[in-house]
Design a protein around this ligand. Structure first.
Ligand code: SF4
Ligand code: SF4
Length: 192
């Protein structure tokens, strides 16, 4: 029997009905990172729709998605594939699914940590943090040093006023996401 649990969950999370997709693949044709994906947006959608839940959640494609919304703009049926990808990333993290793109997830975590600390992005800190997390200290180091030397990346971070509020906002969002996960996992997560 078709396992529709992930599809139902994604529909609820992304506020839409992905069953309206008629597989024209316009989303994939316009996606700027489809060339690097294994399946592409329209196939990921079909995987969710037809119960290939583990494969969809474990796909690197959902992490390669840049959230640019080109797919949603091009879709003749108003399917928001970007929201679908977003929902899949959230569910993948919450369910602790196998993630073949830990580097991308680590990048997102480092980014959010800096936003909490400074209230804005500081590229040099992001570079250092990502290298410490991934333990890949030397990759792209030359390009990073060049950017610093040319003054493209400030060395000292600037903080905005009200970083506490930014931090509280992000923490509240995290709490809400966790609570939503517990509720939806009890609704859909254990269905077969
Ligand atoms: S463009 Fe829309 S209808 Fe076409 S495959 Fe993508 S999601 Fe489905
Ligand atoms: S939002 Fe993601 S899937 Fe959609 S076009 Fe952009 S990169 Fe591709």
């Amino acid at each position: 029997m078709l396992d529709s649990s992930l599809r139902d969950w994604v529909n609820l999370q992304s506020h839409q009905n992905i069953n309206t997709c008629f597989t024209c693949a316009k989303c994939t044709a316009g996606c700027p990172v489809a060339f690097a994906m294994e399946f592409g947006p329209h196939r990921i959608l079909q995987m969710v729709r037809f119960g290939m839940n583990d494969a969809a959640l474990a796909s690197r494609d959902i992490w390669l998605c840049a959230g640019c919304e080109t797919c949603a703009t091009r879709c003749p049926n108003d399917v928001d594939v970007a929201a679908l990808m977003d929902a899949l990333r959230q569910i993948s993290l919450a369910k602790k699914s196998r993630n073949p793109a830990r580097d991308i997830a680590d990048f997102h975590r480092a980014y959010l940590l800096l936003i909490k600390l400074f209230g804005r992005m500081h590229e040099a800190s992001l570079m250092i943090l990502v290298k410490l997390i991934t333990r890949d200290l030397l990759a792209d180091m030359g390009a990073g040093v060049q950017l610093v030397l040319k003054g493209k990346i400030p060395i000292v971070p600037e903080r905005i006023r009200g970083t506490g509020e930014v931090s509280r906002m992000l923490n509240a969002e995290k709490r809400n996401s966790r609570e939503a996960f517990v509720i939806r996992n009890s609704q859909f997560g254990n269905q077969k």
